[in-house]
Each structure stands twice: as structure tokens, then as C-alpha cells.
Design a protein around this ligand. Structure first.
Ligand SMILES: Nc1ncnc2c1ncn2[C@@H]1O[C@H](COP(=O)(O)OP(=O)(O)O)[C@@H](O)[C@H]1O
Ligand SMILES: [Mg+2]
Length: 189
């Protein structure tokens, strides 16, 4: 079975504190791998290391190698945006952006420029919400703020937004139907 992620003597430091010590393991492709351990043992640190989400933490320092598809993701030549596009993370609690429901669901396909026009994007949003059984519940609230949704209720689970968005086409030409501004300020597609 092919190895998807190859972790070789990987260490991780928060300043002087060493959170991961010489982690070596091979994660096979198309299998579910579970990390089990007590609180504080480093599960989240390890997961965040897989798409370099820890990079932004001041004083954080990785030592060692993590290869994904044979490529060392800590190589300085790695395009981190591209890495994070390939290595996604679904959080325990949804983290919607401070935008409308529509814009949250549309975010991935729009940023990646997968849709040819606003109509295609709207269709993709509808299709995604139908797929996860939320369309009927939420179709009249698409323009409302996503953060107003209750993550505990059956609606409003941001982790159900389509990811990865299914590729349809490679360019994005017109602004999203509902967005007054696109890309949203502060985002760097
Ligand atoms: N941003 C941080 N700065 C300093 N120490 C941290 C930070 N995040 C986590 N840690 C420490 O690293 C260790 C591993 O934490 P974490 O990866 O969150 O463990 P787990 O997910 O298994 O509960 C813990 O001792 C935690 O206190
Ligand atoms: Mg954790």
C-alpha cells in the first residue's frame, strides 16, 4: 500500500518547549488513520504540522521532515498556499467567515476560480447544500450572516461546506452573485 504521508524524525518546538519528539510514521493513502492519546500529548500540533498551519505561531519551530507524495513540505521552496489547498482540515467546531452563508459555501470554489460565472457558482452552492441536506432549511437565509447560525443545530454546520470543491472549470470571470466585494477583504487567494 502506498505511503501518502511519510513523517521522519519530526520534532516540534513552541519556543523552548518541545511538543513533538522524534515522530516517525508512515500514513498510507486511502485509509483512515486515527491519532489517539491524552490531552496535551501533541495530536493537534501534529495535525497542524501537516499543512504548516503552525507556521504562524510565534516562536514555533519544526525540525525534521514530513513528506507528502514524496515531497518535503518543509522545503523552503514549497508553495504553502498550494499545500493547504491539498491538505485540508475539518475542525471540531465550525469556523464560518464573517460573511453571508452563501459566501461561506462559495468560498472554496470562488477562491480557486473553479466556476466560469456567478450562475455556475450559485448552482454549485445549491448543489452542495442539497447534497448535505441543508438546502430546504437554509435556502431563504443565504444572504444572512453565517456566524449567526447555531453550530449545534441541524443547520449551520460550516464544516459541511463543500471541500474540496468539485472542479468544473479553471477560470473565474464575474463576481459572485451575492458578494458586494470579492475577494473578501483580507483574504489572499
Ligand atoms: N501555541 C502554543 N504555544 C505553546 N505551547 C503550546 C501551543 N499549542 C500547544 N502547546 C502545548 O503543546 C503540547 C501539545 O498540545 P496539543 O498539540 O494541543 O495536544 P493535544 O491536541 O494532543 O491535546 C501541550 O503541552 C500544549 O500545552
Ligand atoms: Mg487537540
Amino acid at each position: 500500500m502506498a505511503t501518502k504521508i511519510d513523517v521522519r524524525r519530526f520534532n516540534f518546538y513552541y519556543g523552548d518547549f518541545q511538543a513533538l519528539k522524534d515522530v516517525t510514521l508512515e500514513i498510507p493513502e486511502r485509509k483512515i488513520t486515527a491519532l489517539i492519546g491524552p490531552s496535551g500529548c501533541g495530536k493537534t500540533t501534529f495535525l497542524r504540522a501537516l499543512n504548516r498551519m503552525n507556521d504562524r505561531i510565534k516562536g514555533a519551530r519544526p525540525v525534521g521532515d514530513i513528506l507528502i507524495d514524496g515531497q518535503n513540505i518543509y522545503d523552503p521552496r514549497i508553495d504553502v498556499v498550494d499545500l493547504r489547498r491539498r491538505v485540508g482540515m475539518v475542525f471540531q467546531r465550525p469556523n464560518p467567515f464573517p460573511q453571508s452563508v452563501f459566501d461561506n459555501v462559495a468560498f472554496g470554489p470562488a477562491v480557486l476560480g473553479l466556476m466560469r460565472n456567478a450562475g455556475e457558482l450559485a448552482a454549485r452552492v445549491e448543489e452542495s447544500l442539497i447534497e448535505v441536506g441543508l438546502w430546504d432549511e437554509i435556502k431563504d437565509a443565504l444572504d444572512g450572516p453565517a456566524q449567526a447560525l447555531n453550530p449545534g443545530s441541524s443547520s449551520g454546520s460550516a464544516s459541511r461546506a463543500p471541500w474540496p470543491p468539485s472542479p468544473r472549470s479553471s477560470s473565474w470571470m464575474s463576481p459572485a452573485r451575492r458578494s458586494t466585494r470579492w475577494p473578501p477583504s483580507g483574504s489572499k487567494p
